[in-house]
Design a protein around this ligand. Structure first.
Ligand code: SF4
Length: 205
């Protein structure tokens, strides 16, 4: 058809494709490009379970707290007599107690959660030991180290000796010997850690 006065011809022919068909065609071109340029992405339903098994650890808050407690025991200073020297030996480089996360002795009971009673306890000292124990924060544990700590040892019959720390404070682990060797102390600490991990002494009356 010729426009009046210009001599130009304007086509009245409609578009071959509808808008929807054009969109579909472009989308298919893009999908073809993606498929050609990328490695196929696996369906998450097929790999997610396996990935979870490999990289996610399910546990409880209580288990994590217990794990932290058992591996970061801080002993308070309580060395009334000769068993203390074996404890000091355990702290040295040969036995290296720091391997168990407890190399730092605490002079303040507020910062300690373990009392290793290394030595004979007299009744005169008993109130102070009891006070130190009471000032330790919960949860807290006690290892009775040596025969004197368990029962008064060779001084049991003395009027002045407490026949065992368990007469004044609760004891979690009894470590026999006069004195016990550092290896035995480490075994006792391992037993206490096992006890802590079992959650049997976290809460005390
Ligand atoms: S158990 Fe033996 S080594 Fe330990 S405090 Fe008593 S007497 Fe000393």
């Amino acid at each position: 058809m010729e426009k009046a006065g210009t001599g130009m011809e304007i086509s009245k022919q409609p578009f071959i494709y509808s808008d929807r068909e054009i969109d579909d065609k472009e989308g298919q071109v893009i999908e073809d490009l993606k498929a050609a340029s990328q490695t196929p992405i696996p369906d998450p339903d097929r790999w997610l379970d396996e990935e979870i098994k490999k990289s996610i650890l399910l546990t409880t808050v209580d288990a994590v707290i217990t794990w932290g407690r058992r591996n970061s025991l801080y002993p308070v200073i309580c060395f009334p007599a000769c068993c203390a020297f074996e404890f000091i030996g355990a702290m040295g480089p040969r036995f290296d107690l720091s391997r168990f996360g407890m190399e730092i002795l605490r002079a303040s009971p507020r910062q300690a959660d373990l009392m290793i009673t290394a030595g004979t306890l007299t009744w005169k000292m008993a109130p102070n030991v009891k006070r130190v124990y009471n000032q330790m924060a919960e949860p807290k544990w006690v290892i009775a180290m040596g025969a004197c700590a368990i029962s008064g040892g060779i001084f049991r019959s003395s009027y002045s000796v407490v026949p065992g720390y368990n007469r004044i404070i609760p004891v979690d682990v009894y470590l026999p010997g006069c004195p016990p060797r550092p290896e035995a102390l480490m075994q006792a600490i391992g037993m206490l850690q096992h006890k802590i991990s079992q959650g049997t002494s976290i809460v005390k009356e």
